[in-house]
Design a protein around this ligand. Structure first.
Ligand code: AMP
Ligand code: FE
Ligand code: FE
Ligand code: ZN
Length: 284
């Protein structure tokens, strides 16, 4: 049996609800999942209840955008206590920063003569966290762009005309508050971010030294060669490996739950993650 530890729900920029994702995971024969919404774990309670009802294990999870020196990385947190007030306070700060940024992006679009409103954006995004993919979808719906990629390339991405940066924690402090909430910290899709630095080995070593626990080895864009390299590097540095599909539902074409080449994540990883978590707790 396999698991999927990287999934987005309607609580951020995915298009299926936490319950729908649990049902789909069950249908696909998965043993366990974690929702890893951007800057929120608000989907956990619903997913976990649904999981108990139908007999599928649900781990707490989150995906945070963090900085490391001049780099922007994605950090996954797992197995933390979702009721931890300090952790909740940290993600609430990110959520406020997102709201502020979305308003600024809309103002910049308006200044370019592209009229979009916060209400229209709210309609696209629904009840969860609003992110750039929702703004991209809105531009697509309004036929201002022809594709999501065009929306990011022309407007929303780092070199786009209305790009706005937002507050993020540095990776060291993010790892520390994940640990403090009883969780483990995992570097998401490393090759997607910093292929050369990872291959040289130095980056993973540095991150291990500041508390990183694991690295995402199974990921749709990680070809077999990358995956094998990552597994070896993880072993050298004493990091565990995880994996997932980064499924976002219909808003991102070409991904599927537990899908993608090489995303066959062994279920025994969950036990290894729990052991690592217990060791951190002992030392806290
Ligand atoms: P945000 O969380 O608002 O900073 O937006 C980041 C999200 O946009 C992440 O989920 C990315 O995967 C997604 N994203 C980045 N580039 C693209 C793209 N070209 N098409 C669709 N989604 C993208
Ligand atoms: Fe996303
Ligand atoms: Fe990511
Ligand atoms: Zn993700």
């Amino acid at each position: 049996m396999t698991i999927d530890l990287h999934i987005h729900s309607t609580m951020s920029d995915g298009t299926l609800t936490p319950s729908e994702l649990v049902d789909l995971a069950r249908k696909r024969g998965l043993k366990a999942i974690a929702l890893t919404d951007h800057d929120t774990f608000a989907g956990y309670d619903e997913a976990s209840r649904r999981g108990s009802d139908i007999g599928l294990e649900v781990l707490s999870g989150v995906e945070l955008s963090v900085t490391h020196q001049e780099n922007h990385l994605h950090l996954l947190g797992y197995l933390f206590d979702c009721a931890d007030d300090t952790f909740l306070g940290r993600v609430e700060k990110l959520q406020r920063a997102r709201d502020q940024r979305n308003k600024e992006i809309i103002a910049r679009l308006n200044a370019l003569g592209i009229i979009v409103t916060t209400d229209e954006l709210a309609d696209v995004s629904g009840s969860g966290q609003t992110g750039r993919p929702h703004i991209a979808k809105l531009l697509l719906n309004k036929k201002i762009v022809r594709s999501m990629d065009e929306a990011f390339d022309t407007y929303l991405g780092r070199s786009g005309s209305v790009y706005v940066s937002r507050f993020s924690y540095n990776i060291e402090e993010a790892i520390a508050f994940i640990h403090q909430a009883g969780g483990v910290a995992v570097l998401a899709h490393p090759y997607h971010l910093l292929k050369d630095d990872i291959e040289k080995g130095a980056l993973l070593g540095q991150l291990k030294d500041i508390g990183l626990d694991g690295v995402e080895a199974y990921y749709p864009t990680h070809i077999r060669k990358f995956r094998k390299q990552l597994i070896k590097l993880a072993e050298n540095y004493g990091l565990f490996i995880t994996g997932g599909s980064d499924y976002h539902g219909a808003i991102r074409q070409g991904t599927s739950l537990a899908g993608g080449k090489g995303v066959s994540v062994p279920e025994d990883i969950v036990g290894i993650m729990r052991q690592a978590r217990d060791l951190i707790k002992e030392n806290y």
